[in-house]
Design a protein around this ligand. Structure first.
Ligand SMILES: NC(=O)c1ccc[n+]([C@@H]2O[C@H](COP(=O)([O-])OP(=O)(O)OC[C@H]3O[C@@H](n4cnc5c(N)ncnc54)[C@H](OP(=O)(O)O)[C@@H]3O)[C@@H](O)[C@H]2O)c1
Length: 231
């Protein structure tokens, strides 16, 4: 089933957003790549078209134009630009929108290690987003633990995606979107405050990748089948 609304991936010129955009375009979704530079966004969209084929429904726009074009937004930008971009986008975010946040506040953002996270006053990058978006906009934390290397490779990924939100309906939309990526099982991870834990797991995965020279992901075992079913 198609989500029936375009997905704007802001920062989609970077490896994480590009990989998500690629997977959704492959699944037949309509995707808009957002960038600070419209030409860079269009170039990334063209690369996706070359991989997916001419029928891919993908375009590229400057971030604010991409944001204005839909009510399903994905943030894939580094933490150092997170608050500033959200302040810029705020007037363009439509009431009732869903904002999916994959941002990880890595200490690397301020010159520290990529294996550590920064303390964020609100508790997590996703909770910072919730404070910065207009009222009535739902924030969903997801995809922090799904690495770009896996997304940009061919074939299914071997990962679960934990989805956290204070809005159960928005969480369900995002779980359905996550399962469009072959290999992904999407799990309801509870309230947005749990985003803090998802973001910290990424720092651990980066450390594991360095230590063992791989591309790690997570699988959650032992839950009843219903936990992995998306309605
Ligand atoms: N890479 C991964 O494997 C991975 C996995 C899980 C989560 N994440 C998280 O996803 C986010 C994106 O990761 P990434 O590796 O794709 O990051 P990235 O390459 O550093 O940045 C992604 C894009 O964000 C834009 N950008 C850079 N600095 C910005 C700023 N100060 N303000 C606004 N936009 C800016 C750039 O696009 P333009 O120059 O075109 O605007 C860039 O291509 C990060 O928060 C990261 O922690 C990454």
């Amino acid at each position: 089933m198609n989500t029936s609304r375009p997905i704007a991936v802001l920062g989609g010129t970077g490896p994480e957003g590009f990989g998500l955009a690629l997977r959704w375009a492959q699944a037949g979704e309509t995707v808009i790549i957002g960038s600070r530079d419209a030409q860079r966004a269009q170039d990334a969209a063209e690369k996706i078209k070359q991989r997916v084929g001419a029928s891919a429904k993908i375009s590229g726009s400057e971030n604010i134009a991409a944001c204005s074009a839909t009510d399903l937004l994905v943030l894939t930008i580094p933490f150092e630009g997170h608050a500033a971009l959200l302040k810029q986008l705020k007037p363009a975010i439509r009431p009732g929108s869903i904002v999916i946040d994959a941002t990880v506040p890595l200490a690397a953002s301020v010159g520290g290690r990529a294996t550590r996270t920064l303390g964020v006053w609100q508790g997590s990058a996703a909770q910072q987003t919730a404070e910065l978006v207009p009222k009535g906009v739902s924030v969903v934390a997801a995809f922090q633990n799904l690495g770009a290397e896996l997304l940009n490779a061919d074939g299914p990924v071997d990962c679960d995606v934990i989805v956290c939100s204070d809005d159960p309906n928005a969480g369900q939309v995002v779980r359905s979107l996550a399962t469009k990526i072959p290999g992904v099982r999407a799990i309801d991870g509870g309230k947005l405050e749990n985003a803090r834990i998802l973001e910290q797991i990424t720092a651990l995965l980066i450390g594991l990748n360095i230590r063992h020279k791989g591309h790690s992901g997570i699988r959650i075992t032992g839950l009843p089948q219903a936990a992995y079913d998306v309605m």
